[in-house]
Design a protein around this ligand. Structure first.
Ligand SMILES: Nc1ncnc2c1ncn2[C@@H]1O[C@H](COP(=O)(O)OP(=O)(O)OP(=O)(O)O)[C@@H](O)[C@H]1O
Length: 267
C-alpha cells in the first residue's frame, strides 16, 4: 500500500523506518518496542546474548514472521514508501526477487545444493527476467570471480564446496541482482575463525562497493566492530542501547553492554 511518494531526493529518507516494532509468540514477546531508521548504504549490527531477540527482530523485519505491534516502513527504489505489514504476499515476493537479500547462517538454507554454482547465481537473474543464456552465464562467472570462487568450479554443485566457498556463493546469489537491502543472520559464525576473517573482509568490501544497506545479526562484537556503522544492543527482547558502533563498543552506557563488551556474557 502506497503511503506517499517522495518529492525530494530519495537519499534524504531512510530505507527502513521502524517504530515500536515487535513480535509476540504464543507464550511471550520475542522482541518489542524496537525503533530505528536504516539509511541507504548503512550497516546496522544487532548484538546481544542468546535469547535476547536478535533473530526474532531480523525475521520480523524481513517479513518471515508477522509484525504483531508497531510499524515498519520501507522505501522502494522508485521512492514509494510502504508499510510492510500491509503488503500482499506477491508484493513481498517481488521485493525478494528485486530489492532484498537474505544471507543465512547455514549456507544450505540459502542455496540450492544440487544446482551448479553458476545456476545458483544465474537463477535470481532469470527470476528478474534475464533470458539470454550466454549473458546469464557470463554474469554468473563474473560474480563467482568477485566472491573468489575459481572459474573452473562454475559447473560444480555447492554440495562439493567447503563451508567458506558455500557462504561466498550464497553471497553471490544474493547480490547478483543488486539488492538495496540485505539481511544477514550470523553469516560467519558457522565457519572456522581463519575462514571467518576472509569472509568478513569480502562482505565488508562488497557492501561498501555496492552501497548496500545491511541489517546483520551477530553475537560476535568483533563482527559488529569490523562491519557495521551502527549497533543495536538487545536484551530480553528490547533494544537497551544503540548508537555508532565505535561509541557503543568503546564507551558503552548500559551496564549490560558494559558486561557484553567485557566478554562476560559472550561465548
Ligand atoms: N518459535 C518460537 N516460539 C516461541 N518462542 C520463541 C520462538 N523463537 C524464539 N522464541 C523466544 O523469543 C526470545 C528471543 O529469541 P531469539 O531466538 O529471537 O533470540 P536470539 O537473540 O536470536 O538468540 P540466538 O542467538 O540463540 O539465536 C527467546 O525468549 C526465545 O525463547
Amino acid at each position: 500500500m502506497t503511503l506517499d511518494r517522495l518529492s525530494f531526493d530519495d537519499e534524504q529518507r531512510p530505507l527502513l523506518e521502524v517504530r515500536g516494532a515487535g513480535h509476540r509468540y504464543e507464550d511471550g514477546h520475542g522482541c518489542r518496542d524496537v525503533s530505528f531508521d536504516l539509511w541507504p548504504g548503512e550497516v546496522l549490527a544487532v548484538v546481544g546474548e542468546s535469547g535476547s531477540g536478535k533473530s526474532t527482530l531480523l525475521r520480523t523485519l524481513s517479513q518471515h514472521i508477522s509484525l504483531t505491534e508497531g510499524s515498519i516502513r520501507y522505501r522502494h527504489g522508485d521512492g514509494t514508501v510502504v508499510e510492510l505489514s500491509e503488503l500482499s504476499e506477491s508484493h513481498v515476493r517481488r521485493l525478494w526477487r528485486t530489492e532484498w537479500g537474505f544471507v543465512h547462517q547455514n549456507a544450505a538454507d540459502g542455496l540450492r545444493m544440487h544446482v551448479s554454482a553458476g545456476g545458483n547465481v544465474g537463477e535470481p537473474l532469470m527470476a528478474t527476467g534475464w533470458r539470454h543464456y550466454g549473458q546469464i552465464r557470463s554474469a554468473a562467472a563474473e560474480w563467482l570471480k568477485r566472491v573468489e570462487i575459481p572459474a573452473d568450479r562454475i559447473d560444480d554443485t555447492p554440495a562439493s564446496f567447503s563451508g567458506g566457498m558455500r557462504q561466498r556463493l550464497q553471497i553471490a546469489r544474493n547480490l547478483v541482482v543488486s539488492p538495496r537491502l540485505v539481511f544477514m543472520d550470523e553469516p560467519t559464525s558457522s565457519l572456522d575463525v581463519s575462514v571467518q576473517a576472509r569472509l568478513l573482509d569480502l562482505i565488508r568490501t562488497l557492501v561498501a562497493d555496492l552501497g548496500l544497506a545491511v541489517v546483520i545479526v551477530t553475537h560476535d562484537l568483533a563482527v559488529a566492530r569490523l562491519i557495521s556503522h551502527r549497533t543495536l544492543v538487545m536484551k530480553d527482547g528490547y533494544v537497551i542501547e544503540s548508537g555508532l558502533t565505535d561509541r557503543v563498543l568503546d564507551d558503552p552506557q548500559a551496564a549490560y553492554t558494559q558486561l557484553l563488551v567485557s566478554s562476560i556474557l559472550q561465548g
